[in-house]
Design a protein around this ligand. Structure first.
Ligand SMILES: CC(C)(COP(=O)(O)OP(=O)(O)OC[C@H]1O[C@@H](n2cnc3c(N)ncnc32)[C@H](O)[C@@H]1OP(=O)(O)O)[C@@H](O)C(=O)NCCC(=O)NCCS
Length: 147
């Protein structure tokens, strides 16, 4: 990959976003609810993946991270995560959370650490992902991004 990826805001109704998430078995039921932003990431005009954020007062939930299968293993997942963290920081987040049941070590390598759900802000625990869409076994991870 070549440096920073191009990043375009997209609608939660974007059919290619939904198809990519469904193929990766990531939640799509709550995409259209308020307070979410989604992006398409392209490298030399080719779509390589998608990612999203849910914005809360001083934190954010990173979600819907998917690299298209043919582009995996080339650093795009790490690059998209970095760009979503920068986006969350610009929007005022001090800590970025995420839930995953399959990619914990991927995110730990990017500086996230597992946190006890009891210590997470109510806003994060009340997200549809934390409350119902992700399995109870999903790990909650956090990374401090400023402050
Ligand atoms: C997880 C995902 C985003 C990684 O994207 P990627 O572009 O392949 O990641 P990168 O190229 O930046 O990093 C690759 C490294 O991460 C590791 N990795 C990839 N997927 C992983 C996973 N699910 N768990 C642990 N490590 C993983 C690879 O083994 C590789 O390690 P290496 O550098 O030692 O060879 C991608 O596999 C994906 O879209 N998966 C399906 C959706 C998903 O699980 N999203 C995350 C939950 S929101």
């Amino acid at each position: 990959m070549s440096g920073e990826l191009d990043q375009q805001p997209i609608s939660s109704a974007d059919e290619d976003l939904r198809a990519a998430l469904q193929a990766a078995r990531l939640p799509t039921d709550d995409l259209s609810e308020d307070g979410r932003s989604f992006f398409r990431f392209t490298d030399r005009n080719a779509t390589v993946g998608y990612g999203g954020l849910e914005h809360y007062r001083d934190c954010a939930l990173l979600r819907s991270l998917v690299v298209l299968p043919q582009h995996r293993g080339q650093g795009y997942g790490a690059a998209i995560t970095g760009q979503l963290l920068a986006e969350a920081t610009c929007r005022g987040a001090q800590t970025v959370y995420l839930l995953t049941d399959s990619a914990t070590s991927f995110f730990e390598r990017l500086g996230f650490a597992k946190v006890d759900r009891a210590t997470a802000p109510a806003a994060i625990l009340q997200t549809r992902q934390a409350a119902s869409l992700c399995p109870a076994s999903a790990a909650l991870l956090a990374k401090r991004v400023q402050g």
